[in-house]
Design a protein around this ligand. Structure first.
Ligand code: OOB
Length: 546
């Protein structure tokens, strides 16, 4: 990546965040040995039969970090990391942070389209994948993506069948007893804490790749404050079920918040209750996080489970709207309390307090983790609304960066001139300062917490020969919240079918969760005065059809 394309923190804001004790000036790559110094023999990570102590973790991270340098990777080089919830996810991420290589947090469902467009945008120099995942050959995918990237890129693979020309992560991360020398050598090359540590992907609202550079300073604060807000400590056993590269399970407080507190992280590959419940019982899990659709699945499954879930104290629920009636059912069904989480890859994170009374925990999305978070609720003209009224949330603070990487025109839209991020969410603030999410103004579809940009889908569909005009909107769904519904005005002749559109997008290498699940052919597309598809009219039409 090119550090000049990172939107810098203004010098005065950076100075303030340091003075306020938010930014500690510590690169994240130092943490594994700090943790090992405190909790060396304790188990840090459980992945199936494998258990890594804090010392094992630090030793593996260093070995891999040295090998990344050996492969020619350097500070500022971006690496696409697409790994499921396995121990190597943590080792690879921390090894990158150790030497200033910048991991880009891709998600397992991403395919060629996403990996290639993001990879080109950040000028990726390596791709890290599992050999195979849920029946898909990721090694083959990574080789194809790497060949098409603008700069030469390595392929690193986690698995048993590493092909010639690819590099075996497990081999590269195996400790060899030479820890002291290596640790000193790597300490000497630690990147400055003001560097971008990692890139998170935005849910996105346009066809432009939106990646968020989080610095060592700002992300460490995010992790530390989140862990505090959720009462994490040495007794915490966190179960990671959502894809680890998402900001929620990664750092809110999630995996990194647990490790920063001396707890234990248990990784499972799926949110399926048949896997999750036995893991809760076996490892005495105390806390986990879920999107509402997953929590609902657990509530249904808990009715007749024979597994002992009594160790569970909290479930963090966030990523999309949780209705109060569902929130009420989670605690009794799972025998724990609910903490709602409202957050975003762009920064701001809110939690309901651990000791919140039910009316607060069930009906609000919590309060910001930092006293220095600034929240502004504004009307369409950008003017503050009256206290308690609904408006768009704008936010600024010590862990909300001032822009996306390398997209100045987009930044002019997504951020105000004084550095507030426009969340696109409609919220109101209660008298106690809790956020209540009421809707959104941004044009995206939230499918069980996975964000689909309407604009991105429309651009792709419009390229199909049978399509004259396309508009994507959210179709409400009891199971996953929303599904992608596509309105298509076809060219004269036979209109395209849903299957044909799905097949064409899949052939382009688009992730499955973005593929439209409903199609309405429309001869007369309603338009706004400027000639864009009139989405409120389409939503009303969809409601009439059902
Ligand atoms: C989390 O992060 P992203 O970047 O995938 O998505 C952020 C967007 C928010 O702007 C909002 O539209 C929606 O997801 N959202 C919620 C919500 N939490 C997020 N909408 C309603 N209620 C909630 N509790 O989704 C994310 C990142 C860190 C922690 C938790 C969630």
């Amino acid at each position: 990546m090119n550090p000049d394309l990172v939107v810098p923190w203004p010098a005065d804001a950076a100075e303030t965040h340091r003075r306020n004790g938010c930014w500690l000036g510590r690169p994240l790559g130092r943490l594994p040995w700090e943790w090992a110094g405190r909790w060396g023999d304790r188990v840090a990570i459980v992945d199936g039969e494998r258990r890594l102590t804090y010392r094992d973790l630090a030793a593996s991270v260093d070995r891999l970090a040295e090998n990344l340098l050996g492969l020619g990777l350097r500070r500022h080089d971006a690496v696409l990391v697409q790994l499921p919830n396995v121990a190597e996810f943590v080792v690879v991420t921390l090894a990158c942070l150790r030497v200033g290589v910048v991991p880009v947090m891709m998600l397992p469902p991403h395919r060629e389209y996403e990996l290639s467009s993001i990879g080109a945008h950040v000028d990726a120099r390596a791709v890290v994948v599992p050999d195979e995942w849920r029946g898909h050959d990721h090694q083959d995918l990574a080789v194809r993506v790497a060949e098409a990237l603008p700069s030469p890129a390595r392929v690193l693979v986690v698995g048993d069948e590493v092909r010639p020309g690819c590099h075996d992560v497990r081999h590269l991360a195996r400790p060899d007893g030479d820890e002291r020398r290596r640790r000193r050598a790597l300490d000497a090359q630690a990147p400055p804490s003001s560097d971008v540590a990692l890139f998170l992907l935005s849910g996105g609202t346009t066809g432009v790749p939106k990646v968020i550079g989080r610095t060592h300073d700002d992300y460490e604060y995010n992790i530390r404050r989140s862990a505090d807000a959720c009462g994490f400590g040495e007794g915490t056993v966190y179960l990671a079920v959502l894809p680890a590269g998402h900001n929620f399970p990664l750092a809110s407080p999630g995996i990194l918040g647990t490790l920063h507190s001396g707890g234990r992280v248990v990784l499972v590959p799926t949110p399926n209750p048949a896997v999750v419940f036995p893991a809760v019982e076996a490892e005495r899990v105390t806390v986990t996080s879920a999107v509402p659709a997953v929590a609902l699945r657990w509530v249904a499954a808990a009715e007749d489970t024979r597994h002992d879930l009594s160790s569970l104290r909290f479930v963090h629920v966030g990523g999309s709207v949780l209705s109060p009636s569902v929130a009420e059912r989670i605690g009794p069904a799972l025998g724990c309390r609910v903490q709602q989480v409202y957050g975003m890859a762009e920064g701001l994170i809110c939690y309901t307090p651990t000791d919140a009374p039910p009316e607060v925990a069930h009906t609000t999305q919590g309060r910001p983790i930092s006293p220095y978070d600034e929240l502004r609720v504004v009307d369409e003209r950008g003017h503050p609304v009256r206290p308690g009224e609904v408006g768009e949330l704008l936010t600024r603070g010590p862990y909300t960066p001032r822009g996306y990487y390398g997209v100045p025109e987009q930044n002019a839209v997504s951020f105000t001139s004084d550095g507030f991020y426009r969340t696109g969410d409609l919220v109101r603030l209660t008298a106690e300062g809790d956020v209540v999410v009421c809707g959104r103004v941004k044009d995206l579809i939230n499918r069980a917490g996975e964000k689909v940009s309407a604009g991105e889908i429309e651009t792709l569909v419009q390229e199909l020969p049978a399509v004259a005009e396309a508009a994507a909107i959210a179709a409400p769904d009891p199971e996953v919240g929303e599904r992608v519904c596509l309105f298509v005005r076809p060219h004269p002749g036979r209109p395209p079918s849903l299957d044909e559109i799905a097949a064409a997008l899949t052939a382009r290498g688009v992730a499955a969760f973005k593929i439209p699940e409903r199609l309405e052919i429309i001869r007369d597309m309603p338009h706004t005065p400027v000639g864009k598809p009139d989405k409120p009219a389409l939503r009303a039409l969809l409601a009439d059809l059902d």
